[in-house]
Ligand binder design. Structure first.
Ligand SMILES: [Zn+2]
Ligand SMILES: [Zn+2]
Length: 601
């Protein structure tokens, strides 16, 4: 959210006219911006009309707006201005309109999905976000929501934005920019845009359209247009690309006759993760008890089918769901014909090749030892009273990471004021207690979503009421050499990854030249070591903390609006104890991130 680059929108201290802007943007970006809303065509029953004083980002008093609830079958249809005859020589145009989206409830809600069609043809899907994002469809249309203003409330409190949109937890307003190839349009005619709701579970999210016809003459969205046209810039940490994923989700599929635990088919979950959440990496981790040989093969086929190196990486995985010792997700470097069931009662599977029973974590690890591919195991929701984890079993070779955040809340330490611990928890099973016992693991976050919205899940209210988050429920940021399954697995194994509550926060944390997740020997560093961390956030920073052995040793607070921060200093070597350091980031809207620790022997 840096100051808007006005680009071709202003010159000589004045705003250019829409015609001048169109010419300049065509020259610089190769697209012509057009008025994207001229008249409403129809809206179905639940769409509410509102003479709102909150009319998108421009405060267009007296303007009308329409709020589309996220309820299956509801839709809103409007027309753009006619496509002009005398367009400069470009092959694409961009329709600009004023829009908003939000969460119509003080509680977090499943995000669902809005579908956009153009002249009757479905083009793409998008979701509720509070930071700018692009979505693409197979017909080469691309939508960007360029966020101009976010209103958000701490959990438990509400915003009332106007006489229709009340009891909110957050709302984002800005410009919708829809890039369309001219081949899909007819010169001289209006395009017809339809946005409809698609929701697998009940949710009170909404999309809002404003009738402001002056986006082109009022809004400064040069930066947004550039990102729309050129795609989002991939940030790097050192030599590594930063890739975001959700590696813990459940579908509503499963073997015949077994219980189901999520929503949506395998395909629906993959598609949402890839096309709507825009994830770089994804793992479906259906439970061992949902799985039989046939279902496992289907899962492995889908892992292969959806894996696209450089675009979208999938990991073979399942959840080892032990009620006795706690839950661990198992990830393989390559698909393999083996999953392991934590239950003590075998169900009489027919093939000898398939394992039917694994008693405890030691048993699991020794089974994994025998496989032709590498594996890692990731303990999760350790402090949840319904599914606690015993840290008495820990294998540094397999337990490379632990889930610090998910829709179960924060597992960092008890009474963390930012994302809460929930009412039901064991106070001695947090990650910090485990680290203080000398166990070594990196951090990641994922959703543990069961609502069919990987990368953006809250889980149905009926399923988990431990929900804390307003937008998605945890993502892992992986620092990998390239976006391939093997490079991602390598990064996870090396703990070269970090956790966020959802936003694309970037953390670079190094100590004595090691990246996050690394280990150092005391004798290698002399009397002090250089400590360096930098963070970049999509909103504003509230605080950046450095934690050593469970205590905050440096805290940087921000009063001014700042999105980037970098610091470097020397740390004395502690001769006595073994030590770990990590960095925690807190945004002004309460979103957080945690680097994996660096350990000193
Ligand atoms: Zn679990
Ligand atoms: Zn799970």
């Amino acid at each position: 959210m840096s100051a808007e680059n006005m680009g071709p929108f202003r010159a000589d201290g004045r705003r250019r006219s829409p015609e001048e802007i169109q010419k300049k943007v065509a020259k610089e970006l190769g697209v012509v911006p057009l008025v994207g809303f001229e008249k409403l065509v129809s809206c179905s029953g639940g769409v509410k009309e509102n003479h709102g004083f909150v009319a998108g980002f421009m405060e267009a008093h007296g303007a009308r707006s329409w709020s589309l609830p996220l309820e299956e079958g509801e839709s809103i249809v409007w027309e753009t201005a006619p496509v002009p005859q005398d367009l400069p020589s470009v092959s694409e145009v961009v329709f600009l309109f004023s829009m908003g989206m939000g969460n119509g409830s003080p509680l977090p809600q499943p995000s669902g999905e809005f579908e956009l069609s153009l002249n009757g043809e479905r083009q793409l899907s998008f979701r509720v976000v509070k930071y700018g994002e692009n979505w693409e469809g197979p017909g080469n249309t691309r939508l960007r929501f360029e966020v101009k203003r976010v209103e958000s409330c701490p959990p438990g409190q509400t915003l009332a934005l106007d006489d229709v949109i009340r009891e909110e937890s957050f709302a984002a307003f800005g410009v919708g920019a829809l890039k369309v190839p001219l081949s899909l349009l007819r010169v001289g005619e209006r395009a017809r845009i339809r946005v409809s709701a698609r929701s697998r579970v009940t949710s009170k999210r909404w999309f809002k359209l404003d009738n402001s016809d002056d986006v082109l003459s009022k809004a400064n969205i040069y930066t947004g247009l550039r990102v729309l046209v050129n795609g989002e810039e991939r940030l790097k940490v050192g030599d590594y690309g930063v890739y975001f994923g959700d590696l813990h989700t459940h579908s509503g599929d499963g073997s015949e006759g077994f219980g189901r635990c999520g929503v949506g088919t395998i395909d629906e979950n993959y598609r949402y993760a890839r096309d709507v959440s825009n994830l770089d990496l994804y793992a479906l981790t259906d439970h061992d008890w949902q799985t039989d040989e046939k279902y496992w093969r289907r899962c492995m086929d889908k892992v292969e089918e959806y894996d696209r190196p450089g675009e979208f990486v999938t990991l073979p995985a399942f959840e080892w769901t032990s009620s006795m010792y706690g839950h661990r997700n198992v990830y393989y470097r390559e698909p393999v014909d083996a999953f392991f069931d934590a239950r003590r009662t075998p169900r009489g599977r027919d093939s000898d090749y398939w394992e039917t029973e694994v008693d405890d974590p030691e048993d699991l690890w020794s089974k994994l030892d025998e496989l032709p591919t590498e594996a890692i195991t990731i303990p999760h929701h350790p402090k949840a009273s319904s599914h606690p984890l015993t840290w008495d079993f820990f294998n540094p070779r397999y337990d490379r990471l632990a889930e610090i955040y998910s829709s179960w809340g924060t597992h960092e330490y008890e009474n963390n004021p930012y994302r809460g611990s929930g009412s039901d928890h064991y106070s001695h099973l947090y990650l910090r207690e485990a680290l203080d016992r000398g166990l070594r693991f990196g951090f990641l976050a994922s959703s543990d979503g069961h609502d069919g919205h990987p990368g953006n899940a809250q889980s149905p209210e009926s399923k988990h009421h431990h929900i804390y988050h307003h937008l998605g429920s945890g993502r892992v940021g992986v620092l990998a050499e390239e976006l391939t399954r093997s490079a991602v697995f390598e990064a996870l194994y090396e703990r070269r990854c970090y956790a966020t509550t959802g936003p694309p926060i970037i953390i670079d944390f190094r100590l004595g030249g090691r990246m996050m997740g690394g280990e150092l020997k005391r004798e290698d560093v002399g009397s002090s070591y250089r400590l360096r961390y930098s963070v970049t956030v999509p909103a504003f920073l509230e605080r950046v903390d450095l934690i050593r052995d469970g205590a905050v040793v440096k805290s940087h607070s921000f009063v001014e609006r700042k999105s980037c921060f970098k610091v470097e200093h020397l740390e004395e070597v502690d001769e006595e104890n073994s030590t770990y350091y990590y960095v925690r980031v807190i945004q002004s809207d309460g979103e957080m991130a945690w680097s994996s620790p660096i350990f000193i022997n």
